[in-house]
Design a protein around this ligand. Structure first.
Ligand code: S3P
Length: 171
């Protein structure tokens, strides 16, 4: 089985699904945000506040480029990682690109309890989710496999991903 990279908007379940996938496949799990926080010794929110989004995107690209050579890995990316073509270009050859999707309402419900997503710290987060999602949709749609997570939990999503990859690889 090839490496798997999970893409998709904030709150679509990448972290939870990534954990299950890595356990089921015996693959190492890496999260780009966690990797950036470990390297920078601070939080994503602090990086956005002090250095701005562009600096964060540079860090994200550097992490993805470095990790793209890994083997037997599941990589969970931040919701904006798809925006830079260089990120997905680095992964497209050796990784199956999976995108998790959900409606803006589901995303709001899943993200509203925490304040660790700087882009959603606005007066009207639902409106912001809709705007960002509309802009990003074409980037998310470039994935090899797209799975909607509104109605199904992380275990079923992980099983569906494995089944879909097996199906593609057995052709
Ligand atoms: C972002 C998503 C976040 C994090 C940062 C920016 C985005 O990751 O990388 O706050 O631009 O959508 P999650 O998708 O894991 O929440």
């Amino acid at each position: 089985m090839r490496n798997i990279v999970l893409t998709g908007f904030m709150g679509t379940g990448k972290t939870a699904v990534g954990k299950i996938l890595s356990q089921k496949l015996g693959f190492v799990l890496i999260d780009t945000d966690a990797e950036i926080e470990r390297e920078q010794k601070t939080t994503i929110t602090d990086i956005f506040n002090r250095l701005g989004e562009a600096a964060f995107r540079d860090m994200e690209s550097a992490v993805i480029k470095r990790l793209s050579v890994m083997k037997k890995a599941v990589l969970s990316t931040g919701g904006g990682a798809v925006l830079r073509p260089e990120n997905m270009d680095a992964l497209r050859k050796n990784w199956v690109i999976v995108c998790l999707a959900a409606t803006p309402e589901t995303i709001l419900r899943r993200t509203c309890a925490s304040n660790n997503r700087p882009l959603l710290q606005v007066a009207d987060p639902l409106q912001k989710i809709r705007e960002l999602y509309d802009f990003r949709r074409p980037y998310y749609e470039k994935a090899d496999i797209i799975i909607n997570t509104d109605e199904i939990g992380p275990l079923k999503v992980a099983e569906e991903i494995i089944a879909r990859i097996n199906e593609v690889e057995s052709r």
